[in-house]
Design a protein around this ligand. Structure first.
Ligand code: MN
Length: 199
């Protein structure tokens, strides 16, 4: 049910993105995960994905996350993605939905400092504690009524010992958290076929 929109946008004969199973949920012995994809589509953006209820709740963040507590980064809620999407790094072929290069820019576990996840989504306010390779500590993800659109949220770093008002983490740590590759390397190594699978 929840992945209907995800599946309807994609042709799995052409894209290497995972089809995903409903409610697959997280792996045993592993806490709930989050991923930030760096996605060079028509425009470069970042996609924040948080495992909630067996799927990855997803937000497109045009300017990407920031470690600066003053920065409010627009995060537009998009369709739920399958849990397996956390492992996708590759190239979506030309002509397909979201065509372009996708990097696992950051990944790790998260916790909520208050309340349950489903209820927090409903309420429009998540207090996240991220333990990623790059993003760490408290982040607020709050729904706004900006532009009258329900799907507009803001991603804001909380003031804590991980906050960094000097460096831009997108520039200081541009490469894949999973493979260390640059966008260029991912594109070159995965654009040959139509998928990221090795034949
Ligand atoms: Mn995207």
């Amino acid at each position: 049910m929840s992945l209907k929109s995800y599946k309807s946008k994609r042709d799995f004969a052409k894209t290497g993105e995972p089809m995903g199973k409903e409610d697959k949920g997280h792996e045993k012995g592993r806490g709930p995960v989050f991923t930030v994809h760096k996605h060079q589509a028509r425009r470069l953006h970042y996609d924040l994905r948080i495992e909630i209820g067996g799927v990855l709740k997803s937000w497109a963040v045009p300017k990407g996350p920031s470690m600066k507590p003053g920065d409010k980064r627009l995060a537009v809620m998009v369709e739920d993605h399958p849990y397996d999407y956390k492992d996708f790094e590759g190239t979506i072929p030309e002509g397909e939905y979201g065509a372009g290069t996708v990097m696992i820019w950051d990944e790790g576990n998260y916790a909520l400092s208050e309340g349950g996840a489903e209820e927090a989504i409903e309420r429009g306010s998540l207090k996240l504690v991220l333990n990623g390779t790059k993003l760490k500590g408290g982040f607020a993800l709050v729904r706004t009524r900006m532009g009258g659109k329900d799907e507009n949220w803001l991603l804001i770093k909380e003031k804590d010992s991980y906050a960094d008002t000097a460096a831009d983490i997108l520039e200081t740590k541009p490469n894949s958290a999973r493979t260390g590759r640059t966008m260029e390397q991912i594109r070159e190594e995965t654009a040959r076929g139509t998928t990221n699978h090795h034949e």
